[in-house]
Design a protein around this ligand. Structure first.
Ligand SMILES: [Zn+2]
Length: 520
């Protein structure tokens, strides 16, 4: 700006207030904005000025003009009003970067507008000395803020590298105050931690959909830190949080590394859950790590004590090694050769051919029954997606108006934006759940087709993962193995029997979660 003849700065009887708090400040103190306003109003009262308008920026920490709509609006109002004083809280709130702040002050001086900081009322913009003091205050504020952010950032990085948790403790943990190096700052919270562990185990076991597990866990008392039942959305987020296997993650550095805190979920379980959530692992898949050669491990149970059989290799008298199943607990079943067990099971499968009536009618009946239960989920999803698009567009429009300083929008922006965010999250959760339900129907249809194949032959040829999927679907609670009589009570819990009953109308509803399995 070239030196023009200086317009004399005039003190008015009216005042504008300008307030600003950063995101971090707001997080620390929800009343930060109000307390700034109180101090500014007090100054106006002392000087007998009338506050005509209050401008504020909340949550904008940097000096980028585009990010400070309140400031821009204030400058615009001053350009048209002129006969007004500007009261702000202190120099660091006016602007943290010296040059743009000085430019703004120069413009205010040029317009003849008296400006004053409630916290530094002695700095007088009408004198040369005052203007020098103003420059000093601004550069102090800038240095301070640079140092602060550098320090904070370095501290955060060091803490993250050490493996400390950087946010409020996740569900299942509580924060502990410790500054000791190498000590975790979150620890499992008794009661809550067990519920989280249980949730992971149930999802990983694969007998129920995550949404089903959530209902079970809610009934068992799982609640958010605020005491509310978890939404499907938050539950899925929980299931994806690597904190539970003892990791820390930073969005800022896009990095996950080992944390100091104690894991409450095993890596195996966690990995299983991730595969299930990504749809890469069918539900009803085995939850124990498979060992090729032992497909019936943990599927056969000891008839005497109920313990799942373990698999292992032992040496015979001749020194040759053989694979066996054993009950490690009561040892009633011991040294059951894997070949013998496989033959017994294949023989059972061959007796389990579905009847022609089941084969021909089951898919159609099932589809009809399912449609009755869930409605047309494809249509439901399409409708939800439309709602979601509409909400998002509405929110974008709100933002646009806010950035254009629309007077009708600015005062209600925060609350409206929050409401939109909640609605959007709610719809997204519903879509996720509906999509899960739909995937289940499709898997179900596929599975019902697979009833037509030769099951014993398919089982024999399948790899260990596929074998176990078939077993688990056909006999959801496993089979009892007797040391002499072999497989016991095979018919009671067989899927086919349930299906027969269902088709013939003896059972009204088959528990659909039993079928959450694609054809292998
Ligand atoms: Zn036993």
């Amino acid at each position: 700006m070239k030196k023009k003849q200086r317009i004399k700065i005039k003190v008015s009887t009216n005042a504008f207030l300008y307030l600003r708090v950063s995101t971090e400040e707001q997080a620390r103190d929800t009343y930060a904005l109000e307390s700034q306003q109180r101090d500014c109003r007090r100054l106006c009262q002392e000087r007998g000025w009338t506050v005509v308008e209050v401008f504020s920026d909340a949550g904008f920490s940097a000096w980028a003009d585009v990010e400070r709509p309140g400031f821009l609006r204030m400058m615009m109002a001053i350009r048209t009003t002129r006969d007004v004083n500007l009261v702000f809280y202190d120099y660091s709130r006016f602007g943290r970067k010296v040059l743009p702040a000085l430019k703004a002050f120069e413009e205010l001086d040029g317009l003849g507008v008296f400006s004053i900081a409630a916290m530094n009322p002695l700095v007088d913009c009408m004198t040369a000395a005052g203007r020098t003091a103003r420059r000093d205050e601004l550069s102090k504020a800038e240095d301070f803020s640079d140092q602060q952010s550098e320090k904070t950032s370095a501290r955060m990085r060091a803490s993250f590298e050490e493996g400390r948790w950087g946010r409020p403790a996740p569900l299942g943990y509580q924060n502990v105050k410790t500054k000791i190096k190498g000590q975790p700052n979150i620890v499992p919270l008794p009661g809550e931690a067990e519920l989280v562990t249980k949730a992971f185990e149930l999802v990983s076991a694969g007998n129920s959909r995550p949404a089903e597990v959530l209902r079970t866990m809610t009934a068992m008392g799982l609640r958010s830190k605020k005491g509310n039942a978890l939404t499907a959305h938050t539950f899925l987020k929980l299931l994806r949080n690597p904190a539970y296997i003892g990791m820390v993650h930073s969005d800022k550095w896009r990095e996950t590394r080992p944390g100091l805190h104690q894991p409450i979920v095993s890596e195996n379980t966690f990995r299983n859950v991730q595969l299930i959530l990504k749809g890469k692992k069918p539900i009803a898949a085995p939850y124990q790590r498979n060992r090729a050669g032992f497909p019936l491990r943990r599927f056969f149970h000891c008839s005497e004590c109920g313990t799942p059989l373990t698999g292992g290799r032992s040496k015979s008298a001749t020194g040759k090694k053989y694979d066996y199943y054993n009950c490690y607990k009561c040892r009633a079943v011991r040294s059951l050769p894997v070949e013998k067990a496989a033959c017994d099971f294949a023989e059972l499968l061959s007796r389990l051919q579905p009847t022609p009536m089941l084969m021909s009618e089951f898919p159609a009946i099932l589809k009809e029954e399912w449609a009755k239960r869930t409605g047309d989920s494809a249509a439901a999803i399409a409708k939800l997606k439309m709602d979601l698009r509409e909400r998002r567009t509405a929110r974008e429009k709100l933002f646009e108006k806010y950035l254009n300083d629309d007077r009708n929008v600015v005062p209600i922006f925060e609350s409206m934006n929050r409401r939109f965010e909640e609605q959007i999250a709610g719809i997204e959760a519903q879509i996720e759940e509906a999509e899960m339900a739909r995937a289940t129907v499709e898997e179900l249809m596929e599975f019902s087709k697979s009833l037509l194949v030769n099951i014993p032959e398919a089982w024999r040829r399948a790899d260990v993962d596929q074998k176990q999927r078939v077993q688990n679907v056909l006999f959801p609670s496993g089979l009892k193995y007797h040391p002499e009589k072999g497989i016991l009570n095979s018919d009671n819990d067989c899927l086919f029997n349930q299906l027969e009953a269902f088709v013939s109308g003896k059972v009204f509803m088959v528990r659909p979660e039993r079928f959450e399995l694609p054809a292998y």
